[in-house]
Design a protein around this ligand. Structure first.
Ligand SMILES: Nc1ncnc2c1ncn2[C@@H]1O[C@H](COP(=O)(O)OP(=O)(O)OP(=O)(O)O)[C@@H](O)[C@H]1O
Ligand SMILES: [Mg+2]
Length: 263
């Protein structure tokens, strides 16, 4: 297993916000994490990135390729974030530099971390933009972030994460800010990356419809506790918990129909 979390507990002061999470994720697989606001999804993601704030206390084990992220020195964590674990944010504008052309922005990481020449990095940036299906990439490579639509900006965010050739991608609500059709296209891109590149994807969403669309396995969180974990299909068809059932009831009929179990 690439990622293997055992009994992860996180406390802020006297307040415990994760109460023992256990999960594993293999290459080429997508794990969906779903749960209401405040259930601990982002705290879990930050823990895996080794980015919990200093005020947090974490116990348990976050195994990544056999090493424990919780006890790793900061220097090794930096290296891990630079080239093994990539993160895609909800609002890509926060990850993008508004004053820098997007091609240069994607290329920057390649020049810095992979010691590519300026010319090779630009070529690779263009390839990455095409990989995430940015139309007319040869023109847009010299655009500024504000000249792109929200969906295109999110594609740039994905391209930047991919530039580092990560083995694990963590996407925290990557499509929440987008309208439904754009959201579907971004999910398709992520799904293809998992299949084509063999990346492991942890996809966080409060929307079970998003999870249903691409996750092989699903983790349902409720107030810092995992209340379900298993194959997505099984959880959607026969939820073992009232909370999951209410989540699914709130799901649009359209999504349930694609799962084949609408009345
Ligand atoms: N830096 C922090 N200091 C103190 N408490 C925190 C901190 N970060 C998160 N928490 C608390 O941890 C709990 C889980 O928060 P988290 O951000 O993981 O929720 P979430 O599931 O990602 O919610 P959302 O869907 O709104 O993004 C919340 O009760 C939150 O208030
Ligand atoms: Mg969150």
């Amino acid at each position: 297993m690439m990622l293997d979390i055992r009994d992860l507990r996180v406390t802020f002061g006297t307040r415990q916000v994760l109460h023992g999470i256990d999960l594993s994720l293999a290459r080429g697989r997508t794990l969906g994490v779903v749960g209401e606001s405040g259930s601990g999804k982002s705290v879990m993601a930050l823990a895996v990135m080794g980015l919990l704030p200093g005020t947090a206390r974490a116990t348990g084990r976050i195994g990544f390729d056999g090493r424990d992220i919780l006890t790793m020195p900061e220097r090794d964590l930096c290296r891990l974030r630079g080239n093994r674990i990539g993160m895609i944010f909800q609002e890509p504008m926060t990850a993008l530099n508004p004053a820098m052309r997007i091609g240069a922005q994607i290329a920057e990481g390649l020049i810095l971390h992979q010691r590519m020449s300026r010319r090779d990095a630009r070529k690779r940036a263009l390839e990455l933009m095409q990989m995430v299906r940015i139309a007319r990439a040869t023109e847009r490579i010299d655009s500024f972030p504000h000249e792109l639509s929200g969906g295109q900006r999110q594609r740039v965010g994905i391209a930047m994460a991919l530039a580092m050739k990560p083995d694990l991608l963590i996407a925290d609500e990557p499509t929440t800010a987008l309208d439904v059709t754009v959201q579907a296209r971004i999910l398709d891109i992520l799904d293809d990356l998992v299949t084509d590149l063999g990346i492991a994807l942890m996809l966080i969403s409060h929307d079970p419809g998003v999870i249903a669309r691409i996750a092989d396995d699903t983790l349902v969180m409720y107030r810092g506790t995992m209340i379900e974990h298993g194959p997505t299909e099984r959880i959607l068809r026969s939820p073992g918990h009232d909370y999951t059932r209410s989540l699914l009831d709130a799901m649009p009929r359209r999504v349930r129909e694609t799962l084949g179990d609408a009345p």
